[in-house]
Every structure is written in structure tokens, then in C-alpha cells.
Design a protein around this ligand. Structure first.
Ligand code: COA
Length: 260
């Protein structure tokens, strides 16, 4: 499947989705959001895809935000579906049921930062910059940024970033827990792929259950979260992958998971 605003590369067990409007710094217009929603849905339903890497084309930007030309005509009525459309893409990424890795290759601003926040882990190139500059435009982050940034870096840092609208470097972003690792730009995809390769050696059934339980930590209360975790643990104890993983350890051999 080819897209107007994305490049999608299928590897053996994962895909790389590249936001591809480099002349507009990969700004998220309606077409790109529709394409991204479609590509992520395809990935979700493709049982041969176990992980997704999301990156931007060109050396300058992951995505420089929602397309400001499309923002400008909004009013109180059209603003709500506009925000909900972006949120639905971010929610789909977060709840894909498979790890989604952001490889942030430059500016990740506004909606671009919010898509990176919806990913489960973020690697950044040395030139990456993060920011939620919406208050400079007279709006607030509407694709989940107020919620996900606050959960990820804590309220004080989220207040600093969102109320100032200032950008932070990759190094500053790593200090506050927004970024997991920083590498030179030419090594960025390899860094993300290395992480994916590690995941692929594990039981995918266990990986997916663990991801679901981690997300539950943010969405359920502590007691419900513990119950949810114990239930997923018990389910996994019933799987062939659990028998294989534990047997392989005891027999001192590599595990051969069937992923169920
Ligand atoms: N929406 C629409 N177009 C955008 C865009 C956005 N969010 N961000 C960049 N572009 C476009 C520019 O209009 C320009 O297009 P043009 O060449 O047709 O004029 C092109 O991308 C290159 O951007 P430019 O501003 O010339 O690059 P720069 O290196 O001087 O500055 C940024 C880079 C990221 C600092 C600057 O583009 C910027 O501030 N963008 C907006 C960021 C923002 O507020 N995002 C939140 C939106 S909610």
C-alpha cells in the first residue's frame, strides 16, 4: 500500500513508518493523519508485524506540529473534531497492542511531539528538539499533550514546557525522561532497530501482555492495576511460550518461541 504522505517499509517482523512531507517539516495535515491512522491500523491487524518504528523524512524534522495552515480557520465548533481526530491517531498508536518506537530525527513540536509521546519509547538524534509551542499560537496542545507530557515528565516540568512553549534539546529531553537514548542522526534508525531486534527474541505474547499492563498503570488505579497484572500473569502461565521459556532456561538452551 502506498501513501501520499508516508513511506512504509516492511521488514521481516516489523515496519518502519516515515512521515513524509519534508518540505513542510512533516507537519501533520489531515491527509497525513488519515494515512497514519490507516497504516497503524494495518500494522495492528497484520500478525506478521510485531513492532512499529515511527520516524520523519529528511534531516531536519520528525514533525513540526499540526499543519498551521489547517489550524488557522478553526472555530469553536470545528476545533473539537479537529482535536479528536489527532487524539484518535495518538490513542491508536498508544493502544496498538505492539511496541511503537519513535525515532525522533529533528524537530518534534506540537502535534509531532504529541505523536512521539504516544509512542512507547523514544530514541532521538543529537539534533532533535522537543516542544509544545501551542500557547504561542493561542491554543493548547490538543492531541493528548497536556495529559501524556504530564504523566511522562511530571507536573512541574510539563507546566514549564507547556506554559512557556519553549523547545528543549535532545539532551534536556533525556534528562527529564522524555527520551530514552540519544545517538548521532546517521545511527538513529539502527538504534531503534536494535531495540526491536531485542524485543523480537522474546515471547511476543508476553511482550504484548506486558505492554498492556504497563499502560494499565496509567489508566487504572493501583489496586485495579495490580489485579490486572496478576490476571495477565496467570494467562501467560497457560501459554506454550511460558513452558518453552522456562524449559529452555532449565535446559540451558535458547528459547524457540511460537508466540502464543
Ligand atoms: N505547519 C505548517 N507548515 C509548517 C509547519 C507547521 N507546523 N512547520 C513548518 N512548516 C513549513 C514552513 O511554513 C515552511 O514552509 P514554506 O517553505 O512553504 O514557507 C517549511 O515548513 C519550512 O519551515 P521554516 O519555518 O522555513 O523552517 P525553519 O528551519 O526556519 O524553522 C521551525 C523550523 C520548526 C522552528 C519552524 O518551522 C516552526 O516554528 N514551525 C512551527 C512549529 C509549531 O508551532 N508547531 C506547533 C503547531 S500546533
Amino acid at each position: 500500500m502506498s501513501y501520499l504522505t508516508l513511506l512504509v517499509e516492511k521488514k521481516q517482523s516489523y515496519i518502519i513508518i516515515t512521515l513524509n512531507r519534508p518540505d513542510k517539516l512533516n507537519a501533520l495535515n489531515g491527509q497525513l493523519l488519515a494515512d497514519l491512522h490507516h497504516a497503524m491500523t494495518q500494522a495492528q491487524h497484520d500478525s506478521t508485524v510485531h513492532a512499529v518504528i515511527l520516524t520523519g523524512s529528511g534531516a531536519k524534522a520528525f514533525a513540526a506540529g499540526a499543519d498551521i495552515a489547517e489550524l488557522q480557520p478553526l472555530d469553536g465548533h470545528s476545533g473539537l473534531p479537529f482535536a479528536e481526530r489527532g487524539q484518535s491517531v495518538a490513542n491508536l498508536i498508544e493502544h496498538l497492542g505492539k511496541p511503537v518506537i519513535a525515532a525522533v530525527n529533528g524537530f518534534a513540536l506540537g502535534g509531532g511531539c504529541e505523536m512521539a509521546l504516544a509512542c512507547h519509547i523514544r530514541f532521538a538524534s543529537e539534533n532533535a528538539q522537543f516542544g509544545l509551542p501551542e500557547v504561542s499560537l493561542g491554543i493548547l496542545p490538543g492531541y493528548g499533550g497536556t495529559q501524556r507530557m504530564t504523566r511522562l515528565v511530571g507536573r512541574a516540568k510539563a507546566v514549564e514546557l507547556i506554559l512557556s512553549g519553549d523547545r528543549v534539546t535532545a539532551q534536556e529531553a533525556q534528562k527529564i525522561g522524555l527520551v530514552n537514548d540519544i545517538v548521532p542522526q546517521e545511527e538513529l534508525l539502527a538504534r531503534a532497530e536494535k531495540f526491536v531486534q531485542t524485543i523480537l527474541t522474546r515471547s511476543q505474547t508476553a511482550v504484548h501482555a506486558a505492554l498492556t499492563a504497563i499502560l494499565a498503570a496509567e489508566e487504572l488505579g493501583h489496586i485495579e492495576g495490580m489485579t490486572f497484572e496478576a490476571e495477565r500473569f496467570a494467562e501467560l502461565c497457560n501459554t506454550p511460550d511460558f513452558k518453552e521459556g522456562t524449559s529452555a532456561f532449565l535446559e540451558k538452551r535458547p528459547a524457540k518461541f511460537q508466540h502464543f
